[in-house]
Ligand binder design. Structure first.
Ligand SMILES: NC(=O)c1ccc[n+]([C@@H]2O[C@H](COP(=O)([O-])OP(=O)(O)OC[C@H]3O[C@@H](n4cnc5c(N)ncnc54)[C@H](O)[C@@H]3O)[C@@H](O)[C@H]2O)c1
Length: 384
């Protein structure tokens, strides 16, 4: 087995989700590579030490530049707020490290393009392995949807409908900025629900149904000013609290996307529905191990929606887990992503989404925000 020494930057939500995945992956997936939790990095020494102890990291750093300089680190995992992704990724690429970067890839398309060029030109032009953690692709029910679409079972796809609803920012007393609340600060997050939540929906949509050609969008910032945690002052809110957009895929399908953090009662309601000529698919993150499927080719008297419990050995990824009928959860999507990344290294076939794949989501997100400002349809066009 070959060791792959991981240098983890950030010890929050995603730092934990990824560390869990690195620790679990070799217990369940037969792989040539074994991730080694070599070093964890965060600015607060006692906190990063406590994190390293909990998850079994061998060492700690308080400056990500030092981590990147270390000769004993093979791969840098970026689990920090969005405004840090580019700088860390450019330095890591320069040092010839592999990079696993959290989503969204960057603050905007221009940054994302720079990051793509850096990883592709790194290591004397050979490039370095790179991936972005759009983890929902690896929920077995979502992967199954991809397989059914690729098999042509839906036929021509007419509609794609996605939403991602939350309700945690409704209080006007909630400050913006700083630890835990950086998502409300446009300078740290780049955008609001568009980059944070809709980016997931866009990535899944492109993966399942191909490129998006044009969009027209509406955004709203319901609470215009909030106290900033770092300055203590009441400052203008620059993020979008809600976003709804229409899209046209390159294959002609119509789509609607909606996201908000002001949908009282909804915690992480990510759902999508796809309607094709022969069949339809529905999926809901709150019930992530199920996929609803309607097939018009079924015998007419028995035709109806079936709710498939995606836990059988022949369902994607499931043979590696328990026995049929026993479901897995949110964290397993990250284990699957690490497994695919490591398998990709062994095969020399990069696991997606690569930086370049994720750049496409960035381009759509930017077009959505541009359209919300301009009020007109924005065309996405081919990547240069
Ligand atoms: N794939 C997903 O489903 C998913 C879910 C949540 C977050 N994310 C993404 O993951 C990234 C991190 O989000 P999170 O929810 O884990 O945030 P978080 O606030 O829980 O954690 C961020 C971590 O980054 C650290 N940090 C901030 N600036 C730093 C710096 N300059 N140097 C070193 N450490 C620094 C913080 O101390 C903290 O440990 C974001 O890009 C976010 O969009 C993705």
């Amino acid at each position: 087995m070959k060791n792959l020494n991981i240098g983890m930057i950030g010890y929050g939500f995603m730092g934990r989700a990824h560390s869990n995945a690195y620790r679990r992956v070799n217990n369940f997936f037969p792989l040539e590579y074994r991730p080694v939790l070599k070093a964890a990095c965060g600015r607060d020494l006692p906190k990063v030490r406590a994190f390293a102890e909990t998850w079994g990291y061998e060492s700690v750093e308080t400056d990500w530049r030092k981590l990147i300089e270390r000769k004993d680190i093979d791969a840098i995992d970026i689990c920090t707020p969005n405004n840090t992704h580019k700088e860390i990724a450019l330095a890591a690429a320069k040092a010839g490290k592999m990079i696993l970067c959290e989503k969204p890839l960057s603050m905007n398309t221009a940054e994302g393009e720079e990051m793509c060029r850096a990883v592709e030109a790194a290591a004397g032009g050979k490039g370095v392995a790179n991936m972005v953690w759009y983890n929902y692709r690896r929920v077995p029910a979502v992967t199954l949807a991809k397989q059914l679409i690729d098999q042509g079972r839906l036929g021509k796809i007419f509609h794609f409908r996605a939403k991602f609803l939350q309700d945690w920012t409704i209080s006007a007393d909630l400050p913006q900025g700083g630890a835990a609340l950086w998502r409300l600060d446009v300078n740290a997050a780049g955008s609001g629900v568009t980059g944070d939540l809709l980016a997931h929906c866009i990535d899944t949509a492109i993966w399942l149904n191909g490129s998006i050609a044009k969009v027209t969008a509406m955004t709203e910032t319901f609470i215009k000013e909030r106290q900033h945690t770092l300055t203590g002052k009441v400052e203008k809110v620059g993020i979008d609290d809600a976003c709804a957009f229409l899209a046209r895929f390159s294959n002609g399908s119509m789509a609607t996307f909606e996201s908000t953090r002001y949908a009282r009662g909804h915690k992480a309601e990510y759902t999508f529905e796809i309607n094709g000529e022969h069949a339809s698919i529905k999926w809901d993150l709150h019930d992530l191990h199920r996929m609803d499927y309607f097939d018009h080719k079924d015998e007419s008297t028995l035709r109806g929606w079936r709710s498939i419990h995606v836990t059988d050995g022949d369902h994607p990824y499931m043979k590696h887990w328990w026995v049929p009928g026993l479901q897995i959860g949110y964290e397993h999507a990250f284990v699957h992503q690490v497994a695919d990344f490591l398998q990709g290294l062994a095969d020399g076939k990069p696991a997606g989404p690569t930086f370049r794949d994720a750049l496409e989501t960035q381009r759509v997100s930017d077009a959505v925000l541009d359209s919300a400002r301009s009020g007109v349809w924005e065309t996405i066009g081919e990547q240069k």
